[in-house]
Design a protein around this ligand. Structure first.
Ligand SMILES: [Zn+2]
Length: 452
C-alpha cells in the first residue's frame, strides 16, 4: 500500500486578500501556485502523485517514509507552513494501491471533511491553523494588521521608499513578488479611456459540488479524479479566452487580467473596469461549454444538464477601494447570480460600489445564459439602450413606473416623445421581478461599462 496525501489551503480568497497592496497579493498568489507548493513538499522528501491535478492551492503527493498517515500529514503541513506562514490548511491522507482511486478519495475527503468513511483504506484528515499571535503587545504588521511584526521590508510607494515592519506572511509575500510589480492604479491605467476603476470578479461552477457528492456516495472515485483534471483544464482555457477578449477590447499589449485565486473551479481576478464584461462573458461561455463536455464524457445521467454551467459576480469600484471588501462583495454578487437562476444555468450579476454601496440590491438583475448569445432579444434591447445618450437613458428610466397600471402606455409615450421606437425596448418594460431587467436596471448597466 502506498501513502497518498493531499494538502489544500482553506479560505484561500480571504487569505490572499488580507493585505491591501497588490504586489503582496501577487506574492501570495505566486506562493500558492501548484509549482511553488510542490517545491516546498519536495524539499521535505515528498514525491509528486503520478496523476496529480495541476490546481493552485492544492497538491497531491506520495510518501515512502515509515510513519503513520497522520504523522506524515503533519510533516507535510510543517513543510508548507514555512512557505505560507499565515494560511489555514487541511491535509488528508489515504493508503491505497491505485493512483486514481487515491486521488478521487482524497478529493472527496477534502470536500467533505473528516467524517467520510474510507472505502479503499486507512484514511484521515487534519486541519492546521497559523501559529497564534504570540506577542500581542508587540507592534502589529504595517501591511495586514493581523499578526505581530517580526521583520522589516523596504517598499516603494508613490516614488518614495518606505521601511515597514511586517509579519512573517507579509515578509514572504514581499520576497516572492520581488518587492515590485504593478499597483492597482497601474492596472486601471492600462485602459487609456477610463483609467481609475477596476472590476473584481468572482467566478465558479454551478452545482459541481453535487456531482462530486453523488460520485462520492456511489464510490466513483475514478470519475472524481478524471473530472477534477478536466475542470482544471477548463479553467485554464476559460482564463485564456477571457484574457484575449479583455486585451482586444482595451486594445492594450500588456495582460490586463490579474488572477489572484485559481483554485479548482473558483477564480478571483482583477481587470480594468471596461474589460469586465468582455472578460466575464468570454470566460463564462468557454468554461460552461468545456465543463458540460467534461460532465457528459464522464457521467451518464441527467446531472449533466443542470450542472457544469458557470456563474460570475462583478464588483466595480475605484482603485482605492479596499480589495478585501471588493473580493468579499464579489463573492456575495456571485451567490446572488446563482440564487436567481438556482444554479441551473450560467448567470452573471454586478454591483457598482459608487452607485450601489457595499451590498447587493436584492432585486439586482442577472444576465442569464440565453443573454450571452448575441441574438438574444433582451441583449439586443440592452445594447440599444446603452447606445442612447446618458440624458435620454436617465429620462426613460425616470419615466418607468412599474406600480402604475398604465406604465406601458406612459413608457411608450415617453419613447415617442424622444423619437424612439418603443418596440425596440419592449423587453425592458416587463414588470420587475428579481433578475429581470427594467429600464432602471438597464440604465445602471449602461453606467457600469456595459458594451457590445
Ligand atoms: Zn502582515
Amino acid at each position: 500500500m502506498t501513502l497518498y496525501l493531499r494538502a489544500g489551503v482553506a479560505r484561500i480568497q480571504s487569505y490572499v486578500s488580507r493585505t491591501p497592496k497588490l504586489s503582496l497579493l501577487r506574492g501570495a498568489s505566486t506562493a500558492l501556485t501548484h509549482q511553488q507548493l510542490m517545491a516546498a513538499a519536495a524539499s521535505a522528501g515528498f514525491q509528486a502523485h503520478p496523476s496529480a491535478v495541476n490546481v493552485d492551492g492544492v497538491i497531491d503527493v506520495v510518501s515512502d517514509r515509515q510513519g503513520s498517515g497522520e504523522a506524515e500529514a503533519s510533516r507535510l503541513a510543517v513543510a508548507l507552513r514555512k512557505r505560507i506562514p499565515g494560511a489555514e490548511m487541511h491535509v488528508s491522507w489515504v493508503y491505497a494501491d491505485d493512483d486514481d482511486l487515491a486521488l478521487g478519495e482524497l478529493a472527496a475527503l477534502q470536500a467533505q471533511g473528516p467524517g467520510l468513511a474510507s472505502v479503499i483504506g486507512d484514511s484521515g484528515r487534519i486541519e492546521t491553523l497559523p501559529s497564534p499571535n504570540e506577542l500581542p503587545t508587540a507592534r502589529l504588521c504595517d501591511m495586514c494588521r493581523l499578526d505581530s511584526a517580526t521583520a522589516t521590508i523596504s517598499v516603494k510607494d508613490a516614488e518614495e521608499n518606505r521601511v515597514l515592519s511586517v509579519c512573517p506572511d507579509c515578509s514572504m509575500r514581499n520576497k516572492v513578488s520581488g518587492g515590485t510589480g504593478r499597483t492597482f492604479d497601474e492596472l486601471a491605467a492600462l485602459d487609456k479611456r477610463s483609467g481609475n476603476h477596476l472590476a473584481t470578479i468572482y467566478i465558479d461552477a454551478n452545482r459541481l459540488g453535487e456531482v462530486f457528492q453523488t460520485s462520492t456516495a456511489n464510490g466513483d472515485f475514478r470519475v472524481i479524479a478524471r473530472l477534477s483534471r478536466d475542470v482544471a483544464e477548463s479553467v485554464t482555457a476559460a482564463l485564456d479566452a477571457g484574457r484575449i477578449a479583455a486585451r482586444e477590447h482595451l486594445g492594450c499589449a500588456e495582460d490586463p487580467v490579474i488572477a489572484h485565486v485559481t483554485g479548482g473551479d473558483d477564480v478571483l481576478v482583477s481587470v480594468p473596469a471596461r474589460a469586465a464584461w468582455p472578460f466575464t462573458q468570454a470566460y463564462v461561455r468557454t468554461a460552461t461549454t468545456d465543463m458540460r463536455q467534461a460532465l457528459s464524457t464522464h457521467l451518464n445521467d441527467v446531472q449533466t444538464s443542470s450542472s457544469g454551467s458557470v456563474s460570475a459576480g462583478i464588483v466595480f469600484a475605484d482603485t482605492h477601494y479596499p480589495f478585501s471588501a471588493t473580493s468579499q462583495l464579489a463573492y456575495d454578487v456571485l451567490r446572488h447570480a446563482k440564487n436567481v437562476v438556482q444554479g441551473e444555468q450560467a448567470s452573471i450579476s454586478w454591483v457598482h460600489v459608487t452607485v450601489d454601496g457595499r451590498r447587493v440590491p436584492p432585486t439586482r438583475a442577472v444576465l442569464r445564459e440565453s443573454s450571452l448569445d448575441s441574438t438574444d432579444e433582451l441583449r439586443t434591447a440592452l445594447n440599444d439602450f446603452a447606445r442612447l445618450g446618458a440624458s435620454t437613458r436617465r429620462n426613460l428610466a425616470l419615466r418607468y413606473k412599474p406600480g402604475d397600471p398604465n406604465h406601458w402606455e406612459t413608457w411608450e409615450q415617453e419613447c415617442e416623445r424622444l423619437g424612439l421606437e418603443p418596440e425596440r425596448f419592449k423587453t425592458l418594460s416587463h414588470p420587475p421581478n428579481p433578475g429581470v431587467f427594467t429600464p432602471v436596471e438597464a440604465e445602471l448597466l449602461a453606467r457600469s461599462w456595459w458594451h457590445d
